[in-house]
Design a protein around this ligand. Structure first.
Ligand SMILES: *Cc1c(COP(=O)(O)O)cnc(C)c1O
Length: 396
């Protein structure tokens, strides 16, 4: 099928929650994608931080093929070997003790929200159910997670929101402290806000949240759906800040593209989830956990977090060099989560980049956001910067 044919069929039969789109990709290899009309692209969006190993990594493809020929699904009524192996890998590489598996980032956050409320009750704080979340956050699209997401654009039309969430500005410890009451049970925060505009906290912010949680007996939950799996230069983003949360949620790059999410927690907290309190039919099934275990092993074996720092610095440096010539405000980010902040609307630039064969995304109107695979090399970075420069020269 051509792009036009796919588009026509999709427009007719798929509910239009994603808007009008111009591309349909049909093949991928490493950091490259091909559309239905045969055009090749360099993918510096990585399926929104999902394709950490690029497209169709041979080890992941082999793991999926092997598991698909053995066993796809049994249910969590039974033990699942790859799920146990994946859990051990995640725990061995974090400060957490136990895992729960689900199918997405939103579900991982749902699990964390439920666990925080349950843990408060189990600890005798029966009236503590409120969770403090940050302005410009993003936690998912279920009712609880849009409520946790403190951006009204995600709420409009879906009211009433869930009870028990309080919003404060990101990177503002004073406001956070002022929002804490006897009703508070947890603080939920992304170590870096990606969807919210690549917002990097000032030094000491995450530690400050940790201290507030310790003082007031609250859980610190890090939403690492986008920042885990090496992207920021450490396997989990929190490890680069030296601040250990009580609960971590993750998804996106965990499965290299198969749908999987996870919540990790300290043992004494995890113990509040007893049999019957939470579940997911597909959660951590043999297929997705085989893919995820291979993804985690590959990221660790190939030292891709280290590569993310090197390539992230190289990318940021290359983009900064364009600053004198074009209306660029700043380049910010950490590892391979990179935001090119423009002085002007960045949407035409994102479109021009795609036209020139580079996939990125415009975030918050002014930011061109890059979330490339972690295993890119200097040549790929140069290719991306060249396309950005060419696209800028054609617009400005
Ligand atoms: C993408 C994202 C989510 C939601 O994940 P889904 O898999 O789309 O439900 C939650 N939190 C953060 C930080 C994200 O980037």
């Amino acid at each position: 099928m051509t792009t036009a044919e796919i588009k026509e069929m999709a427009t007719e039969y798929i509910i239009n929650t994603y808007g009008d789109r111009s591309l349909a990709f049909v093949k991928g290899e490493g950091p490259y994608l091909w559309d239905a009309d045969g055009k090749k692209y360099l993918d510096f969006l990585g399926g929104l931080a999902v394709n950490g190993l690029g497209h169709c990594h041979p080890k992941v493809v082999a793991a999926i093929r092997e598991q698909a020929g053995k066993l796809l699904h049994t249910s969590n009524l039974y033990y699942i070997q790859p799920q146990a192996e994946l859990a051990k890998l995640l725990i061995d590489n974090s400060d957490m003790d136990q895992s729960f598996f689900c199918n997405s980032g939103a579900e991982a956050n749902e699990a964390a929200i439920k666990l925080a409320r349950k843990y408060a009750k189990d600890s005798g704080r029966t009236d503590a159910y409120e969770i403090i979340t940050m302005e410009n956050s993003f936690h998912g699209r279920t009712m609880a997670t849009i409520t946790a997401t403190a951006q009204t654009k995600y709420h409009v039309g879906f009211e009433p929101m869930l009870e028990g969430f309080k919003y404060v500005p990101f990177d503002d410890l004073e406001a956070t402290e002022a929002a804490i009451s006897e009703k508070t049970c947890a603080i939920l925060v992304e170590p870096i806000q990606s969807e919210g505009g690549v917002n990097i906290p000032t030094d000491g912010y995450l530690q400050g949240l940790r201290d507030l949680c310790d003082t007031h007996n609250l859980l610190l939950i890090f939403d690492e759906v986008q920042t885990a799996m090496g992207r920021l230069g450490t396997f989990f983003g929190y490890q680069g800040y030296g601040v250990v949360p009580d609960v971590i949620t993750m998804a996106k790059a965990l499965g290299s593209g198969v749908p999987i999410g996870a919540m990790l927690a300290k043992r004494h907290i995890a113990e509040s989830f007893v049999p019957g309190t939470h579940a997911a039919t597909f959660g951590g099934n043999p297929l997705v956990t085989a893919a995820a275990a291979t993804t985690v092993r590959t990221i660790l074996e190939e030292n891709l977090a280290v590569n993310a720092v090197k390539m992230g610095n190289y990318l940021a440096g290359g983009l900064m060099e364009l600053k004198g010539k074009y209306p660029i405000k700043e380049v910010r980010g950490k590892g391979l989560l990179c935001g090119l902040v423009m002085e002007v609307d960045a949407k035409p630039l994102a479109a021009k980049c795609i036209e020139n064969g580079l996939v990125t995304i415009c975030t918050n109107d002014y930011i061109l956001r890059f979330l490339p695979p972690l295993n890119i090399n200097a040549g790929h970075v140069e290719e991306a910067v060249n396309i950005v420069e060419k696209s800028m020269s054609e617009i400005f």
